[in-house]
Design a binder for this molecule. Structure first.
Ligand SMILES: Nc1ncnc2c1ncn2[C@@H]1O[C@H](COP(=O)(O)OP(=O)(O)OP(=O)(O)O)[C@@H](O)[C@H]1O
Ligand SMILES: [Mg+2]
Length: 325
């Protein structure tokens, strides 16, 4: 299991700390596809960085931690900060928005595989190692010839598939994909998403997909986390969230989805999220919320269970029986 525990992570800037994550907890289980949604700047990529233990200046982990354990009931923590990095590629891997950010432009594709998996290479031996690489490439409809190509010789879609191959060829338990298709055209986007989901179904690992596109979440995720201004505001089964979104922000995000055949005006979300340099007291969504009440401006809502592994942080929802999701 991989989880973030009450994580506060700030970017240190000259104007003060940008509170990109301000007390976020989330647990990822084996064999599931989890979506992370929310407007630009709400902290999605920062959460992925913390989960991947890729925290580097100016980002600072102020409190809380990311934990990777073998199983949900395992108390022996494999990794607190520092040692998740030892599990990169093997147990946990990352597909970034821009594939060029993990591919070295002056290194051919083949050595990227070799370099990200030294231990596996020694363990498997040369023959088995390259057989595995070829098998994964062909599953992503890439020929062996990409191994001798330089990154710039491949199209954007091919590069993204190479990065997916890199992220999956050692069968990691967790794959974190941060906007894996945003830079691609619509047709390639759909293809890449389908490939990622196929890989997850085959390997039964856990896939996290960050996207601001609610249609993507509806189509592929089993569980969905909604972030707003550095906070997790709602999390639960995707079907439940789309059927009955609890947080007014989630309702607006879903309401902003165009429907086929729709004639009327789209209900957008007016206003912008608050500055994370000096976030407001109370609920951070209060300034834009159609259901705002007095207490929302002073009292911060706690994350509460609304049953069925569904949690929400909103004063509209009083607690019911707790569960452990
Ligand atoms: N290197 C940085 N220095 C300072 N502030 C940063 C830095 N990177 C991100 N931030 C700020 O941290 C906040 C969260 O950023 P993050 O990249 O996690 O958002 P996001 O939800 O991934 O957005 P997007 O959908 O645009 O990718 C934003 O307010 C952003 O401006
Ligand atoms: Mg991002």
């Amino acid at each position: 299991m991989l989880r973030a525990e009450d994580v506060k992570a700030y970017y240190e800037t000259r104007r003060g700390p940008v509170r990109a994550l301000d007390g976020v907890s989330i647990a990822l289980h084996e064999n599931e596809i989890v979506g992370i949604a929310g407007e630009s700047g709400c902290g999605k990529s920062t959460l992925v960085k913390v989960l991947y233990d890729n925290v580097a200046s100016p980002l600072r982990l102020v409190s809380g931690r990311a934990v990777l354990t073998r199983a949900a009931d395992d108390t022996s923590v494999l990794a607190a900060s520092g040692s998740i990095q030892d599990r990169w590629w093997r147990d946990i891997s990352f597909v970034p928005q821009a594939s060029m950010s993990v591919l070295n432009p002056v290194v051919r594709i083949g050595p990227h595989f070799r370099d990200s998996a030294d231990a596996a290479f020694r363990q498997m031996g040369r023959g088995a190692f390259w057989a595995r690489v070829r098998e994964v490439l062909s599953g992503l409809r890439l020929g062996d010839d990409v191994l001798s190509a330089f990154p710039h010789q491949l199209s954007g879609g091919m590069r993204q598939r190479v990065v997916i191959a890199l992220a999956t060829f050692l069968d990691p338990r967790f794959i974190l994909a941060d906007e894996p298709t945003t830079a691609l055209d619509v047709v390639t986007q759909k293809e890449i998403l389908t490939l990622l989901v196929d890989v997850q179904r085959r390997m039964k690992n856990s896939l996290v997909i960050v996207s601001h596109d609610m249609a993507v979440h509806y189509q592929v995720t089993g569980r969905l986390a909604i972030m707003y201004a550095g906070k997790l505001v709602e999390c639960g089964p995707t079907s439940g969230i789309f059927r009955e979104p609890r947080h007014p922000y989630t309702r607006l995000l879903i309401g902003a989805l165009p429907r086929i055949g729709q004639r009327g005006k789209l209900s957008g979300i007016s206003g912008v999220p608050p500055s994370l340099l000096s976030p407001p007291a109370g609920c951070r969504f209060a300034g834009r919320c159609p259901n705002v009440m007095d207490r929302c401006r002073s009292e911060e809502p706690a994350v509460r269970s609304v049953g069925n592994r569904h949690v929400v942080a909103c004063h509209l929802h009083e607690p019911v029986a707790e569960d452990d999701s």
